[in-house]
Design a protein around this ligand. Structure first.
Ligand SMILES: Cc1ncc(COP(=O)(O)O)c(C=O)c1O
Length: 395
């Protein structure tokens, strides 16, 4: 793939880490469904394929390394412009491994005041017991993030756009802020994906993914990933990944990699459809407010336009009729399936206050109960609009 000019995103998504298999020439990386590998001699693994840094690597045991997982990791590192990537059993497993690598008891992290509920729960109910302190801040406001930092802050944790309120954080500014104070900037890039936004190029230190979402793209596999700019941090994370063990299974890595190949074309269609849905919702009398960073009226629109290629497939809106109307709209939708998760080819609808974000009810991160979140899929857009029309009728 190296002919001087850097290959385009879609080309890299299809080929990076995915050289034809050396024995048979199979064009798709095989599912290496093996737990262990026969060694050439005592403590001398056979030579595996070349790794991202060019050194030959051998395989000993599949928690430590697996060629199918490596293919996914190499592809993700390439797409995010990182030095290394690690694939995990879920997004939460990736987050846990990252935090227990870059933080220790006594440290402090600033997280978004509308963080994904599972991320908040990890901090509030798991890592707090381990001695990791945190505070929340509106990540759209860098001054508020700076004010929330303490001398013990080791990381600023950011989602952009946020889940489910679609707030936008200025990544270059937050990277500067973090680095001035000796902290790392961690960006959960699940909503945007590397096709729409490249946090490492804007100064972030670590990108987090729930690959369950757009990267996998077909709602058929749960997974997570970390991508880092610094190869030494990559080594440290690989040590923790092996030591704690929440690795992506070979079949899961294979499914995720198959999804990644079409990420660019899917994201463009997600964005096309989301834009039409936003247009429809903005003129609907039952809708009080539409949250989408692509709207010029969105407070983060300018920042989003500067750091994103397009604005993504996630759309949230508030109902003039309050919580009962929001719940009714969710229950009435047919083509939009009522389900948690997001980022698959099929459209989903949900009520965050009672579903994905139920774990933050009563906390500072509680979301408005008149809010509906859509994951706009890649179906025929007229069918999506017709479904929303019937779901909102008379509300
Ligand atoms: C933004 C975001 N980050 C992380 C996660 C956690 O990922 P997983 O469900 O794969 O563990 C999710 C899951 O919904 C998410 O939406």
């Amino acid at each position: 793939m190296s002919h001087g000019r850097k290959a385009g995103f879609e080309t890299r998504a299809i080929h990076a880490g995915q050289e034809p298999e050396p024995v048979t020439g199979a064009v798709v990386p095989p599912i290496f469904q093996t737990s262990t590998y026969a060694q050439a001699e005592v403590a001398r693994p056979r030579r595996g394929g070349p790794s991202r840094n060019g050194s030959a690597r051998g395989y000993e045991y599949s928690r430590t390394g697996n060629p199918t997982r490596d293919a996914l990791q190499d592809c993700l590192a390439e797409l995010e412009g990182g030095a290394a990537a690690l694939a995990f059993a879920s997004g939460m497993a990736a987050e846990d491994a990252l935090l227990r690598t870059i933080c220790g008891p006594g440290d402090h992290v600033v997280i978004p005041d509308d963080a994904y509920g599972g991320t908040y729960r990890l901090f509030a109910r798991v890592l707090r017991r381990w001695g990791l302190a945190f505070d929340t801040a509106p990540v759209a406001d860098p001054d508020a993030v700076a004010a929330a930092m303490t001398p013990a802050t080791t990381a600023i944790w950011v989602e952009t756009p946020t889940n489910p309120l679609l707030g936008v954080a200025d990544l270059a500014r937050l990277a500067d802020l973090a680095h001035q104070r000796g902290a790392k900037l961690v960006v959960d890039n699940t909503f945007a994906t590397p096709y729409l936004q490249q946090p490492l190029a804007l100064g972030a230190d670590v990108v987090v993914h729930s690959t369950t979402k757009y990267l996998g793209g077909h709602s058929d596999v749960v997974g997570g990933a970390l991508v880092v700019a610094d190869p030494d941090l990559g080594q440290e994370l690989a040590f923790h990944q092996n030591a704690t063990g929440a690795v992506a299974a070979p079949f899961d890595a294979w499914l995720t990699l198959r999804g990644v190949k079409t990420l660019g074309v899917r994201m463009d269609r997600h964005c096309d459809n989301a834009e039409r849905v936003v247009e429809f919702l903005c003129q609907h009398p039952a809708v009080a407010d539409v949250l989408y960073p692509g709207l010029p009226s969105h407070p983060g629109h300018k920042v989003a336009a500067g750091q994103m290629r397009r604005f993504g497939g996630m759309v949230s809106f508030r109902l003039a009729g309050g919580a009962p109307a929001a719940v009714d709209a969710c229950n009435r939708a047919r083509l939009f399936l009522l389900a948690e998760s997001l980022g698959g080819v099929e459209s989903l609808i949900e009520h965050p206050a009672r579903m994905t974000h139920a774990s933050v009810a009563g906390s500072p991160l509680a979301v408005p109960d008149d809010l509906v979140r859509l994951s706009v899929g890649i179906e025929t857009v007229e069918d999506l609009l017709a479904d929303l029309d019937q779901a909102l009728e008379g509300l």
